[in-house]
Design a binder for this molecule. Structure first.
Ligand code: SF4
Ligand code: SF4
Ligand code: FES
Length: 239
């Protein structure tokens, strides 16, 4: 027996927009991204949304699905539809460009403000750095390095919502990854940046970022590491 069509409420316009309902035929193993693509191709070609890889590698398809941030290409309709209804909106805590497209500029500006750029110390004449894979710092860096900047954690974080200048879980996770990269020379400037009012000490350890990260990373753990590192400096235990 054919399944009843899915009812899909889709955000249209900018912040002052509203939801528009579409009816989409059900398919086996249908993802939420399949649903959005069907709407754009068959029902309203003016719908704006973002995706690239469709296989959970790029993170660009992230949006709010029934109020929760998710990668839509890795989310099956069966898992999230509530009574045959799905609601789709752009990522929370981001400005809206249009429809389902969030403006990521401030999110990545915060990576820069958190010192998220690698600062090289070696020249091309130096030998390759040798980093023991079993060392504590390398293991700590490995724990956060797979972040792909999708913004799901940032959309899930209540502190970002309350305090718009908060650097947020992804930028702080990146800062902690670099803090543990023994080749990086940006340590003191980065630690000063993340110790600011908008930095790691604003995190309330609510764990929402960690619960939502599709890569199963733990920005909360990374932020705890930054808190320890910045406290040690404040107490004079380190340079
Ligand atoms: S920490 Fe996870 S949820 Fe946050 S941006 Fe990186 S991959 Fe996405
Ligand atoms: S643990 Fe910190 S960064 Fe993560 S969601 Fe909670 S307040 Fe935000
Ligand atoms: S389209 Fe790349 S992660 Fe979904």
């Amino acid at each position: 027996m054919a399944l009843a069509p899915l009812q899909v409420d889709v955000w249209r316009g900018r912040e002052d927009g509203g939801f528009q309902r579409f009816e989409v035929p059900r398919q086996p193993s249908q993802t939420v991204l399949d649903v959005v693509t069907y709407i754009q191709r068959h029902l309203d070609t003016a719908l704006s949304y973002r995706f690239a890889c469709r296989v959970g590698m790029c993170g660009s398809c992230a949006m709010m699905v029934n109020g929760r941030p998710r990668w839509t290409c890795r989310t099956h309709v069966d898992k999230v539809s509530e009574g045959g209804l799905v609601q789709l909106a752009p990522l929370a805590n981001f400005p809206v460009v249009k429809d389902l497209v969030a403006d990521m500029r401030e999110f990545f500006d915060k990576w820069a403000r958190a010192g998220g750029q690698f600062v090289p110390g070696a020249t091309r004449q130096d030998a390759f750095a040798v980093v023991d894979p079993a060392s504590a710092k390398r293991r700590e860096a490995d724990a956060g390095i797979e972040c792909i900047g999708c913004g799901v954690c940032y959309a899930a974080c209540d502190v970002v919502a309350w305090k718009p200048d908060y650097l947020g879980p992804a930028a702080l996770n990146r800062a902690w990854t670099l803090e543990n990269d023994v080749r990086d020379q940006g340590g003191s400037g980065r630690r000063a940046a993340v110790a600011s009012d908008a930095g790691c000490h604003a995190c309330h350890t609510l764990m929402s970022c960690t619960e939502h990260c599709p890569k199963h990373l733990s920005p909360t753990r990374a932020i705890a590491g930054l808190k320890r590192a910045t406290w040690r400096i404040a107490l004079g235990d380190e340079e």
